[in-house]
Unconditional design. Structure first.
Length: 541
């Protein structure tokens, strides 16, 4: 059953198929044709390549030793969907970072940094292993599992574009958009020393330039943030430096915002106590800390000059910015607040695999709501407010993984799409209208587990929501993933195609419109068998 909004209190959660949603799978497959349930509804303009990046493997060959205890630690796997009108082919391949290749060969995790600690003290790194990780850290090879997100720099074509699996480290991993084959790590210039990066790159308005930043450390002085511009002719090692500044606190930052003229950074009173990294055996999220009594620092950099202005607002934390724009002399920034400790606890396998049978009604955002910040340089103030809930839905303002029509990146906009979860397994897709909340919409299917959407604009479309939304959903009763197309305007399903290989929970994807492939290369589709049919056939064999 599909509900426009979940209005009644939740009592029990069946969680059908939930644990199978997290089944590990390192299998490789290429250009498998998919069958739409009703291909006549798929528009002929649909093209390009949609790629999901996410965890797929927690350990090796049944070896229980040193398995990851956070799903977010899982080794990365790419899944791609090449579109050509109503034709679509599906591929999957592990990202083969050096630590993954070495660990797979050994059948156990080699010394490297992780996010969460191991399950037992007996599995923890020895002193010598920690020394090896310290050496790898200096060489930027201690953490090479780029499983959260994706980006392209370089020329805007599939032959010359530099396609990257990215994380908040400074060393992304390059892959081939056609075959998904790993092409190696992209190491930055090693001096000044790059400490961190950012998983969520931004496209500079009106250009094909990319904007990102790194935390850097020179021979002396405190760490500083350096903002980079990558033009199509630039390599990963040779960006333009727009400007830099020294922040007051060492915050954990996963995203930022841009407008036509500015880049906006929120430094939250939440960070990682790096001084204890050796003591914590290089388990990064074991060092998360909240800076009591501290405000959130807001820095605004002029992308034309590198000049920086500094502001303060109330303490908060957000992994994901939604959008920002200039409103006269003021700046508007929209964030999805979440508890900072979610990074460690929410994705802990012990918690994630065991959602409550009796619903407590706890949202992933823990009661925090989508928030708008208004920065007024004239008065040096930052104010904030939440949005109305006129449709009376517990999902609509408590969402994360925001997506917009990228044609409205950095300018005044009305529509943001997001993902909302209550008690882990009650998951909904939301369409939030920040201009008129009476137009808010929710899409929910019981025991279907959803994920981040991506907006595909209709060529020539005039309205902000004129296009499609693409996402991956896991059908709990069938124990099978499917590719879902939603009409972005009506926020109703357009069509879906079940997959012959499942995609476990993943955070982010990216649509690459330039990665076009001729439909003549696509084989004919055959409808994949449901899990029950596959089990029956296996029994018959």
């Amino acid at each position: 059953m599909v509900w426009a909004a979940l209005l009644l209190p939740l009592v029990t959660c069946d969680n059908v198929g939930w644990k199978s949603y997290f089944t590990e799978d390192s299998s490789e497959f290429h250009d498998l044709p998919l069958a739409w349930e009703d291909g006549t509804r798929v528009p002929d303009w649909l093209g390009g390549t949609y790629v999901r990046n996410g965890p797929a493997v927690l350990g090796f060959d049944g070896n229980p030793r040193r398995r990851f205890t956070s799903w977010l630690d899982g080794w990365a796997k790419l899944h791609s969907f090449k579109f050509a009108g109503d034709k679509v082919v599906y591929s999957g391949k592990m990202l083969e970072s050096p630590n993954y290749v070495a660990s797979a060969a050994r059948g156990e995790l080699v010394p490297s940094a992780t996010l969460n600690k191991f399950a037992t003290e007996e599995e923890e790194w020895s002193w010598l292993e920690k020394m090896e990780i310290a050496y790898k850290s200096a060489a930027l090879t201690a953490f090479d599992n780029n499983n959260p997100a994706l980006w392209r720099i370089g020329p805007n074509n599939k032959e010359e574009g530099i396609y990257l699996g990215v994380t908040d480290g400074p060393t992304p991993i390059r892959f081939n958009i056609s075959s998904l084959a790993t092409a190696g790590m992209e190491y930055p210039a090693m001096w000044p020393f790059p400490m961190t990066g950012c998983a969520h790159w931004m496209r500079e308005l009106g250009t094909d330039n990319s904007i990102n930043f790194r935390m850097m450390k020179g021979l002396s002085g405190p760490p500083y943030l350096e903002v980079h511009r990558y033009r199509p002719e630039d390599t990963y090692q040779t960006p333009q430096v727009i400007g830099s500044f020294v922040p007051k606190k060492k915050s954990m930052i996963h995203s930022f915002s841009i407008t036509k003229n500015f880049a906006i950074f929120f430094f939250y009173p939440a960070g990682v106590d790096g001084k204890r990294i050796f003591e914590a055996a290089f388990h990064i999220f074991e060092l998360l800390e909240w800076m009591e009594g501290e405000q959130t620092d807001v820095y605004v950099m002029d992308l034309r000059t590198g000049e920086v202005q500094e502001f303060e607002t109330e303490p908060t934390y957000s992994a994901h910015h939604a959008n920002a724009y200039e409103d006269g002399e003021e700046l508007v920034v929209d964030l999805c607040p979440t508890p900072y400790i979610n990074m460690r606890d929410y994705l802990s396998l012990e918690n994630q695999l065991n959602p409550p049978e009796l619903s407590r009604g706890v949202a992933t955002t823990a009661g925090q709501e989508f928030t708008r910040y208004r920065i007024a340089p004239a008065t040096a103030t930052v104010t904030s407010h939440s949005f109305p809930n006129t449709i009376d839905s517990r999902f609509i303002n408590s969402f994360d993984f925001p997506t917009i029509n990228e044609g409205y990146r950095g300018v005044r906009y009305c529509v943001v799409y997001g993902w909302s979860a209550i008690d882990y397994s009650r998951q909904a897709l939301v369409k939030k209208n920040v201009c008129d909340s009476t137009k808010d919409q929710v899409y929910y299917v019981e025991n279907h587990y959803t994920s981040e959407m991506h907006f595909l604009p209709r060529p020539g479309g005039a309205a902000e929501d004129d296009g499609l939304l693409v996402t991956i959903v896991y059908d709990g009763p069938k124990e099978q993933s499917y590719l879902l197309l939603l009409d972005a305007s009506t926020f109703q399903p357009l069509d879906r195609a079940y997959l012959p290989h499942n995609i476990p929970w993943s955070a982010h994807g990216m649509y690459f419109p330039e990665a076009q492939f001729p439909p003549t290369d696509f084989p004919e589709a055959r409808r994949p068998r449901a899990a029950e049919e596959r089990k029956t056939m296996k029994g018959e064999l």
